[in-house]
Design a protein around this ligand. Sequence first.
Ligand SMILES: Nc1nc2c(c(=O)[nH]1)N[C@H]1C(S)=C(S)[C@@H](COP(=O)(O)O)O[C@H]1N2
Ligand SMILES: [Mo]
Length: 333
Amino acid sequence: MFIKIRKRWELKEHQATSETVYINRRQFMQKAALGSALISTGLIAGCEEQSAEATTPSGEKTLSLDPSAQYYPAGRNELYKLDRALSDERLATTYNNFYEFGSSKNIYQKAQALPIRPWDIVLDGMVEKPLTLGIDDLLSKVDLEERLYRHRCVEAWSMAVPWTGFPLRKLLSLAQPLSSARYVRMETFNLPDIAVGQKASWYPWPYIEGLTIEEASNDLAFLATGIYGKPMPKQNGAPLRLVTPWKYGFKSTKSIVRFTFTDERPVSFWEEIQGSEYGFWANVNPEVPHARWSQASEQPLGQSDRVPTLLFNGYAEEVADLYKGVENERLYT
Ligand SMILES: Nc1nc2c(c(=O)[nH]1)N[C@H]1C(S)=C(S)[C@@H](COP(=O)(O)O)O[C@H]1N2
Ligand SMILES: [Mo]
């Protein structure tokens, strides 16, 4: 029996607000029943201290198994500067949101079940050239770079991390989108036999998110394949995850399998669950509170003091122009 000793930097779950409080009582009871079933079969992780470097059941290190290890570390693009210290690597890779593996933050062990090879990515919809390509093929076609970005979860915790990846538009251009396409819709895997959270049928799986073509073409919109100079850990969205640092973290779709070009605004996972609280645009704004909490400040992982939240999470100069002409929409939820 291991007793977990909480470090000073660890956030207790109740100190960060949760996206899931909306769940109605019936769903909650189902969830509670599922939760206690998992506890009684010993499947709930988190009673012991674990290394961030994951190990497979046979004891091999997952990171050394990643066939893309040769690309890391990639050179840093110095254009992307931080106003704060980087978050601790262990925290950023063990305090996660990845509902496919459960709604607690401590899903990193369960996420190790995700098979990340072979991994095909489909580009379809309103394109000149629909295509499917494997992640290793994709990696051989792009130049990886490292960028230091802030990340702000709608729950009001934040981090600052070094992502490795490439601009989203580099991938999208491979499919030659039609000029009539206005949005790109992103989809995560759907593997309920592997991802225990996807057995929860009250969620609208698979996880869906969307951006306008203009947002997706912005320099900041990044597809990350790694973090901290290494291939992406599964819990952070291996092998390919979106990073849009001016938006709340739920926009940054993990473990993407499909990009679909469309002229209809995609309805995202969280929007479908609770559209009054989670909208399409979801740009960070300290002055627009969430329906159930303030967004004025945030709790950086590993820090005891909260810090003020910045408009567009500090990226206004890069992205504010994207929202000219749509000022009347709910841009900040
Ligand atoms: N597929 C998928 N992507 C997801 C989520 C998720 O539950 N499933 N959670 C989102 C939320 S709310 C946040 S804050 C970030 C968390 O990324 P991290 O765990 O790497 O910090 O992932 C986002 N992407
Ligand atoms: Mo989030």
